[in-house]
Design a protein around this ligand. Structure first.
Ligand SMILES: *Cc1c(COP(=O)(O)O)cnc(C)c1O
Length: 364
């Protein structure tokens, strides 16, 4: 029996193979590989797809978040509130900008908890980073209201939420900036590293374009200390192909999640909760169980791979030991770190494979 892996980016390539190959060859033959028409075309298409004015392609998701912080004027002496349950990049971006991440606990949807946000605000707080983890959008109306009340910026980490929405508002279009990763296994994945920042703010847009290109808007004149973080022409052209199929790709993920929601019936396994008003795009399908090690072994034996997103919450990571958080500080995030398990969900997972996953979980 074939193993069911946690991701199969090759299946998406195979589905649209001739389109990807045509785009790749076009770029290779063009002689233009950095900051050309392909990038401009993708930036325009991605902005239009989300319904925002501007998009700036960058090298990866971490850079998207870091440059968004810097472009918003966040730096030394500032604090940014970040959920404790997220990939470390959400916090590292704040640190890379020179500021300090202040970790906040999460809610029953695994997301930044609006009820626990205000108590984390100090006089140094400059922004909140809403991470739309696993493909589900945070309760942005309440988070935005708290930001406005306290004069804070809202940054969105949309690395896992391409096209997700909450109460009709698309993730990435609500805050000052929406930051995306196009890492190969993300819902909109490239064939290498890539990322983007979207915004409606023209000034922020111009600043981001400068920051990604050595702090320069005119060749060899450098107004500030920028970085080299450009989304290259090859990735941009390939991303444009995948973007043109996002509707069916997202529908396919949702259908897989619905099959899991329907099919999984086991009291020892808690299924993910859908927040009322949320349009989930299921980057991950994350269940919970008190007997995680046993469930992992049970699935492994049946040829099914799993992953833990994430085994250590950010506030307890070695990288942030100097901040002095102790176990028990953010109990919900810690509980999830001990109990969550991501089961296979990806574009190209067959109905048969989904059925095998369901049966294996129900047998547990
Ligand atoms: C993947 C991811 C990132 C970082 O993206 P890279 O392209 O790998 O740098 C940031 N935040 C979250 C939530 C992610 O899942």
């Amino acid at each position: 029996m074939d193993r069911i892996m946690t991701n199969r980016p090759d299946r998406c390539f195979q589905r649209y193979q001739s389109e990807f190959e045509e785009a790749a060859l076009r770029v290779l033959r063009s002689g233009r590989y950095i900051l050309g028409e392909e990038l401009e075309r993708f930036e325009e298409a991605f902005a239009e797809w989300l319904g925002v004015r501007f998009c700036v392609g960058v090298g990866n998701g971490l850079d998207a978040l870091t440059l968004a912080c810097r472009a918003c004027g966040i730096g030394e002496g500032d604090e940014v509130i970040v959920p404790a349950n997220t990939f470390i990049a959400s916090a590292l971006a704040v640190s890379a900008a020179g500021a300090v991440p202040v970790f906040a606990d999460v809610d029953e949807y695994y997301l930044l908890d609006p009820d626990k946000l205000e108590s984390r605000i100090t006089e140094r707080t400059r922004a909140v980073m809403a991470v739309h983890l696993y493909g589900q959008t945070c309760r942005l109306d309440r988070i935005l209201a708290i930001c406005r009340k306290h004069g804070l910026k809202l940054l969105e980490d949309c690395a896992q939420s391409h096209g997700a929405a909450y109460r009709g508002r698309i993730s990435g279009t609500v805050g000052e900036a929406g930051c995306f990763s196009f890492y190969p296994t993300k819902n909109l994945g490239a064939f290498g590293d890539a990322g983007a920042v979207v915004t409606d703010d023209e000034e922020l847009y111009e600043h981001l374009k400068k920051l990604r290109n050595y702090g320069s808007s005119r060749r060899y004149y450098h107004e500030e200390q920028g970085v080299n973080s450009r989304l290259d022409e090859l990735q941009a052209a390939l991303l444009a192909v995948r973007l043109s199929h996002m509707k069916e790709l997202t529908a396919e993920r949702i259908a897989c999640a619905e099959a899991y929601n329907e099919g999984i019936r086991n009291e020892a396994i808690e299924k993910p909760r859908l927040c009322p008003g949320a349009e989930h795009v299921y980057h991950q399908y994350v269940v919970r169980t008190k007997e995680r090690d046993r469930l992992i072994a049970h699935l492994k034996l049946r040829g099914i791979d799993t992953l833990i997103h994430y085994p250590v919450p950010c506030h307890l990571q070695g990288a942030y030991a100097s901040l002095g958080y102790e176990r028990g500080a953010l109990p919900q995030a810690e509980l999830y770190a001990d109990t969550v398990l991501s089961i296979p969900i990806y574009n190209g997972i067959s109905k048969k494979e989904q059925q095998r996953v369901i049966e294996a979980l129900n047998e547990f």
